[in-house]
Design a protein. Structure first.
Ligand code: PLP
Length: 416
């Protein structure tokens, strides 16, 4: 669709990059604006009274506007720049969580959370002596809404849920989850790491009280991401970190905090990263998120169907239509890491392992899966290279085709 826009891919025409769920390649526009920022407007923002510093400040502010609007948010004070999803979720769990969750309260997550949206809540529950509840999946790999409903009570303070699973691609019904959570006054935290690059996201329409995302998965730079929050929640939160820029007055005994968003952004910010992320948002907007989704859906369906038709291959997660651009699979008799090595020799880059989702893989009864994930630069040729590589690996390892193939619609998740 857009391969020529990506310098690394243009430089390596035979590379089949199928690991965008881990990180996405960067379009030239993102690299260009970062370089331009360093060459024309670089200084520490907010601190200097000189023109160059003002220019850096303006670049940062403009980036905040652009990125906020990408998620349907007009008030830039609602966007806190962070290093990425992990930091955003830790920020919420530490700053909001510690000040709102008490002994006997309940925290609800789902079985398919990435460790970044599982462990901070688990640890908060341990620290606050709160109950930690896990909503299970249906056999088809979708969120079991009835089970989730049964876990939500008047003691539920927070429901933390991925918008899209990085391990099996499931798209979760966040608006329905939010309605259930809000009915008992709970706060909804959405891990948007895998939806921000692939789906049109309107944070408020989703019902997310907090929404976390990573720039590097959207074609933006590494080391920048964000947390969008409801204004009232951000206002009442204590700071996450303390230091420069986030203070108003520092007395010998007491300190008062700066206004949003600065209160939650201690220290020198990653302005070049923010500028690059804004360029990535603009790039995706120009393609159109519905076009991005349609393209990835087509490739995901094709890859799922082609892989599932190979004897011994099992594809996990819901049917490709209910999945974002992720195809997670196993090959009977072949470890996912061995498969990834063979594919690498054929210049096909996939991920193998537990995908930082051990609670999910444990429930699926597999230690690891192979995962191919798609973005705007992939095409049918990448799918063909993947399928050819799997067939070649089966031949090399003499892998027995004794596992029944998954249905063309995508096999059910197996629970161990
Ligand atoms: N949540 C999900 C669903 C992810 O896929 C990832 C990264 O793979 C993360 C959180 C963590 O993102 P980051 O490493 O950019 O902080």
């Amino acid at each position: 669709m857009r391969r020529a826009d990506f310098p690394l891919l243009a430089r390596h025409p035979d590379l089949h990059y199928l690991d965008s769920a881990a990180t996405a390649q960067k379009p030239a526009v993102v690299l260009d604006v970062e370089r331009t920022f360093y060459e024309t407007s670089y200084a520490n923002p907010h601190r200097g009274a000189y023109d160059l510093s003002t220019r850096a400040t303006e670049c940062y502010q403009e980036a905040r506007q652009v990125v906020g609007r990408f998620f349907g948010v007009d008030d830039p004070r609602r966007l806190i720049f962070t290093r990425g999803t992990t930091e955003s979720l830790n920020l919420v769990a530490a700053a909001w969580g510690r000040s709102h969750v008490r002994a006997g309260d309940e925290i609800v997550v789902t079985r398919l959370e990435h460790h970044a949206d599982f462990v901070p809540w688990q640890q908060l529950a341990i620290e606050r002596r709160a109950a930690f509840r896990i909503a299970e999946l249906t056999p088809a790999g979708e969120l079991d809404l009835d089970h989730l409903r049964s876990l939500i009570t008047p003691r539920t303070r927070v429901v933390a849920v991925a918008h899209v699973s990085n391990a099996i691609g499931t798209i979760l019904p966040v608006a329905e989850v939010a309605a259930l959570a809000h009915a008992v006054g709970a706060v909804v935290v959405v891990d948007g790491a895998q939806s921000a690059p692939h789906l049109a996201v309107d944070v408020d329409a989703l019902g997310a009280d907090f929404f976390a995302f990573s720039g590097h998965k959207m074609g933006g730079p590494m080391g920048i991401g964000g947390l969008i929050g409801r204004r009232a929640l951000l206002e009442e939160m204590p700071p996450y970190q303390t230091g420069g820029d986030m203070i108003e007055v520092v007395g010998d005994d007491r300190t008062s905090w700066n206004v949003l968003p600065h209160k939650l952004e201690a220290g020198t910010p990653n302005v070049a990263g923010a500028v690059g992320l804004a360029a990535a948002c603009t790039y995706l907007t120009q393609i159109g998120m519905s076009a991005v989704r349609a393209h990835e859906r087509r490739l995901t369906t094709l890859a799922s169907d082609r892989l599932a038709a190979i004897p011994g291959v099992r594809v996990y997660g819901p049917p490709a239509g209910g999945r974002s651009g992720v195809v997670s699979f196993t090959v009977a008799g072949l470890h996912a890491h061995d498969l990834a090595t063979i594919l690498d020799q054929r210049q096909v880059c996939i991920r193998a392992g537990h995908h930082c989702a051990q609670p999910l893989l444990r429930s699926m009864g597999v230690p690891a899966t192979a995962r191919a994930s798609f973005f705007v630069y992939n095409d049918e040729g990448d799918v063909e290279a993947l399928v050819a590589g799997v067939l070649a690996a089966q031949e090399i390892f003499g892998a027995p085709a004794d596992d029944p193939p998954a249905s063309a619609a995508g096999a059910a998740v197996e629970h161990g």
